[in-house]
Design a protein around this ligand. Structure first.
Ligand code: FES
Ligand code: FES
Length: 156
């Protein structure tokens, strides 16, 4: 059964008809064509589907879409500036070689953003804790941690 919902998506008020069993990830990818968030495990284990809901990084594959009603949802597509310039986190991921196959990257960047929105100068342990739900099979994590640290230093 579908229900009407309304929420803020990357700063814009939007409406949708979501199935009661539909995940937020499915709604974002299929209805809004925002395919940055990825489906890896589909079970809340890998973090590839991470988006930010009301300031918190969530696994959108296991969050019912309807639970986002009235919430502020941020996806990786909302990070770049209006002129296409990369967000400091995205730029740092590029600069540090923290993107290899890229499958984990949107989720990783959104977990990092949720952290930096709360803590502008996190130490390494805090960064590692913030991304512990995001699996990366390529990088070994060091480049990712370095990128997040550097982005934090550069962000106003
Ligand atoms: S796809 Fe959502 S946590 Fe793996
Ligand atoms: S860059 Fe390949 S999984 Fe992280």
């Amino acid at each position: 059964m579908k229900k009407h919902m309304q929420f803020i998506l990357n700063g814009h008020e939007v409406t949708a008809e979501a199935d009661t069993r539909q995940s937020l990830l499915s709604l974002l990818r299929e209805e809004f064509e925002l395919t940055g968030a990825k489906e890896g495990c589909g079970e809340g284990e890998c973090g590839a589907c991470t988006v930010i809901v009301d300031g918190l990084a969530v696994n959108s594959c296991i969050m019912p879409a309807l639970e986002a009603s009235g919430c502020r949802v941020e996806t990786v597509e909302g990070l770049a500036g209006p002129d296409g310039s990369l967000h400091p986190l995205q730029q740092a991921f590029v600069d540090f070689g923290a993107v290899q196959c890229g499958f984990c990257t949107p989720g990783m960047v959104m977990s990092a953003k949720a952290l930096l929105d709360e803590d502008a100068a996190p130490d390494e342990e805090t960064i590692r804790t913030a991304i512990e739900g995001n699996l990366c099979r390529c990088t070994g994590y060091k480049q990712i941690v370095d990128a997040i640290k550097t982005a934090a230093e550069k962000m106003p």
